[in-house]
Structures are given as structure tokens and as C-alpha cells.
Design a protein around this ligand. Structure first.
Ligand SMILES: *Cc1c(COP(=O)(O)O)cnc(C)c1O
Length: 420
């Protein structure tokens, strides 16, 4: 908890910060010739300067070898997804055979629900957040419709307060109440709007107790909070790579499927890249699908190598730094930002910021502005502060430990002072 915050304290925190050099590895958008105050890593992470080199490697091998690059490239494309496996597993606390990188996030959630939402008789309900990310709700809607249910009946939304914050005790109670009608709990590990971090382990345990599965959308959790998906017995999860994982707009998504689940060989949508690689190229016989072991067996297509190369550049950094170091800096950065917002409230008679993110949080603070929030957002933007805006009146700030500094937070306090 940071009690006081000023220029000297910011400078001293930056000096002591073992991650302070990583900032220079990134391109920052510019404002008046200087780096922006970029607090939008929850939406789109910044580009690593070395990204171009990683893409060029593949472009060069493509130019040099053509189709033979599948086996002769420095990173053979035939196996490209495997290069990402162990670093991905470490990032989310999984075994190597439990993760794979493929497709986009929404596509992957669909693929996972095709396997892990298998309603039977009375057990057909899905529990999700009332303010789930829109795409996730559309997925749930189409999946329950696919099985002949109505959204209003099959999808139960968890009540929340006016700010979208869920009382976790109520959530656990609700799981018990729905009990043997519950097929699946599917929620965001970190809610995209409120920034609330859920107790993934407890929710999973409670779901299993009533005979339901537990799956998580980790779009706002991967690269933000410490995850231990295997140990927590999470059944499945997926996340995107372009938010905290800095892998570029719309890029590939990661998937986790617990060993215990993949071993049961559930129904899945099948594609050639999920088929055993020994005879992937045999076309002639009418053949039976033999899945690869573990999460790899859910792949459909051969890997989009250019996007994967960008993701590799980022995963290399995360493997080097480790989530523990990131989380410990993240706590201090967010605490400093909280201090700055509270100090501002004390001095301002007019505009007030109310942090709606509960104490269980990652590096995002969602802040309700008492009036003309949109104006405040626009003024910040015009003064080199990159944040994002969510209706009705919320500004989301995400100081990211990999590339934000305490000096950024101090400079932000100066912008507040000057402009508001
Ligand atoms: C960002 C985000 C998505 C985006 O899905 P795409 O398929 O990558 O466009 C989905 N769900 C959540 C919770 C998100 O935060």
C-alpha cells in the first residue's frame, strides 16, 4: 500500500524496480514528441521493438525455402505451435500437454463449449457474469440454442451491484442452488469491465462439487495475474494474446484443457492439425480421426506462423521475467495510481473519481466519474494519456508492470492537476 506519492517517491520506486529496463523494449505512441502515458494494455498491449525481427525470420525463410520451410525453416512451421507450448504452460500454470495456441479467442471458446457443454436431461444450465464480455454472451447464446434451449432459460447470470461487482459468497451460493441443473460455470477470471479478480480455484471446486464443469475466459487474466490452472483443477480456459500479452491486434489465442478432461476424449470439432501428426498427410483411405494427445488434439488448421511469430516474441519476454515479478510490481503501480486518484478527489470540488474495482484486482482500475466522464476521458486523451472508456461513465486505467513506470503515474497526476 502506497501512503504518499510524489516525484521523489516515484523516482525512488523506479530506481529500485528490477523491471524498469523492460520499458525500453517497447514502442510507445508519441505525444508532443514524448512517450504517451499509456494505460491501455488491458485493451491492446504495446509492440515489442524486436517483433519485426521475429516476423522477418519467417518471411525470409518463406522467401528462401518456399514450401520446404515447413521443415527447413529455422523454426519449422510444421511444428511451429510447439515452440510456444512450454512458455505458454508456465504463463498459466499448466502442464505442457494441457495448452495449445491457435485461432482467435471467440472461436476457441466455441470449440471448447462444443466439447465441454454437453447438456443432459435436467443438467443444462450455464452460469455466467451478468456483465460478461459481449462476445462471450453470444457464444453462450448460440451454444445453448444449438442444443435446443432458450438463452433466457439455460443461461443464468450472476447478480452484481450497480458497478458490476459480484459478491463471491453469493456466487458460490448460487452454484449450490442451481446444483444438479448446472452443467457449466463459465466466467472471466478477471472481469473486463470492473477489473474484479475471481477466485478461480474456489469457483472450480464449488462447480465440481455439484457435478458441473468450470471454464474461464482469461482474456484479462493472462499476463496480468498469477494463474495455476492445473493445480486449481480448472476444466478448460482460453485467452487472447493481444491485451496484456502484447502480441498485436486480433492475434492468436491460447487454450487450456485439463489433462483429466482431454483423457476422456470428449466430442470435438475435428480438423487435420488435431489429428495424430504421424499420418496427418494421408488422404486416401476413409479414415478415423486419431487425436493428438492433450490440447493439441483440438487444433483445426495449420498454424498462422506470422501471427505466432509475434506471439513468440512476447512469450520469450514473459518467460524471462516471470509472473511473480510482474505481479509484485503491478501491486505497487496500481496502489500508486489509487493514491493519485484519491489525492485528486481531496483537492477537487467538482470532478470526483470513484474506483469501482474491488480490492481483489490485477493491474486495472475501473473508475466511475461523477459527471461528464466522457469529457474527462477526452481531455485526458488530448493530453497524452491513453486510457479507455466504457459506457455509462467508466474510465479504465491499466498501468502495466512490464512497461509502465512510477514516473508515468506521477506524470499522470500532473496532467490531472493541470487539465482538470
Ligand atoms: C477481448 C475479449 C474478447 C475478444 O475476443 P476476440 O475473439 O479475440 O475478438 C472476448 N472475451 C473477453 C472477455 C475479452 O476481454
Amino acid at each position: 500500500m502506497i501512503k504518499d506519492f510524489n516525484r521523489d517517491i516515484a523516482k525512488s520506486l523506479d530506481r529500485k524496480d528490477s523491471l524498469s529496463n523492460y520499458r525500453d523494449l517497447f514502442f510507445f505512441p508519441k505525444y508532443k514528441g514524448k512517450k504517451c502515458l499509456y494505460f491501455c494494455g488491458n485493451s491492446l498491449g504495446l509492440q515489442l521493438k524486436k517483433t519485426e525481427r521475429y516476423i522477418k525470420q519467417e518471411l525470409n525463410d518463406w522467401a528462401k525455402y518456399g514450401v520446404d520451410g515447413h521443415f527447413r525453416a529455422k523454426n519449422p512451421w510444421f511444428d511451429y505451435h510447439k515452440i510456444l507450448t512450454s512458455k505458454t504452460a508456465r504463463l498459466v500454470g499448466a502442464k505442457d500437454d494441457e495448452v495449445v495456441v491457435m485461432n482467435g479467442l471467440t472461436t476457441n471458446i466455441h470449440l471448447l463449449l462444443m466439447s465441454f457443454y454437453q447438456p443432459k436431461k435436467n443438467r443444462y444450465k450455464i452460469l455466467c457474469e451478468s456483465n460478461a464480455f459481449p462476445s462471450d454472451l453470444y457464444v453462450l447464446q448460440s451454444q445453448v440454442e444449438l442444443h435446443g434451449y432458450k438463452f433466457e432459460d439455460a443461461v443464468v447470470q450472476i447478480p452484481s451491484d450497480d458497478n458490476g461487482v459480484v459478491d463471491e459468497k453469493e456466487l458460490l451460493k448460487l452454484i449450490n442452488e442451481i446444483g444438479n441443473e448446472l452443467a457449466l460455470v463459465f466466467i472471466g477470471g478477471v472481469n473486463y469491465y470492473s477489473g474484479q479478480v475471481f477466485n478461480i480455484s474456489k469457483i472450480t471446486e464449488a462447480s465440481h462439487k455439484v457435478g458441473a464443469l468450470a471454464g474461464f475466459d482469461l482474456a484479462h487474466a493472462a499476463g496480468n495475474i498469477k494463474l495455476n490452472l492445473h493445480k486449481w483443477n480448472v476444466d478448460f480456459a482460453a485467452w487472447c494474446s493481444y491485451k496484456y500479452l502484447n502480441s498485436g491486434p486480433g492475434n492468436v489465442s491460447g487454450v487450456f484443457i485439463h489433462r483429466d478432461q482431454s483423457k476422456k476424449n470428449p466430442f470435438r470439432l475435428k480438423g487435420w492439425w488435431g489429428h495424430s501428426e504421424k499420418d496427418r498427410f494421408s488422404y486416401n483411405k476413409l479414415r478415423k480421426f486419431v487425436p493428438m494427445n492433450g490440447a493439441e488434439g483440438w487444433q483445426l488448421s495449420n498454424a498462422p506462423v506470422l501471427g505466432m511469430a509475434v506471439h513468440k516474441a512476447s512469450l520469450d519476454i514473459f518467460a524471462e521475467v516471470g509472473m511473480s515479478n510482474l505481479v509484485s510490481k503491478s501491486k505497487k503501480l496500481v496502489s500508486a495510481l489509487e493514491r493519485v486518484l484519491n489525492n485528486f478527489n481531496q483537492q477537487s470540488n467538482n470532478i470526483k473519481f470513484k474506483i469501482i474495482t474491488p480490492k481483489k484486482r490485477g493491474c486495472q482500475l475501473s473508475v466511475l466519474v461523477n459527471k461528464s466522464g466522457k469529457n474527462v476521458y477526452k481531455i485526458l486523451n488530448k493530453n497524452g494519456v491513453v486510457v479507455d472508456w466504457r459506457e455509462p461513465n467508466v474510465i479504465r486505467f491499466a498501468p502495466v508492470p512490464l512497461y509502465n513506470s512510477f514516473d508515468d503515474i506521477f506524470n499522470f497526476s500532473q496532467v490531472l492537476k493541470k487539465c482538470l
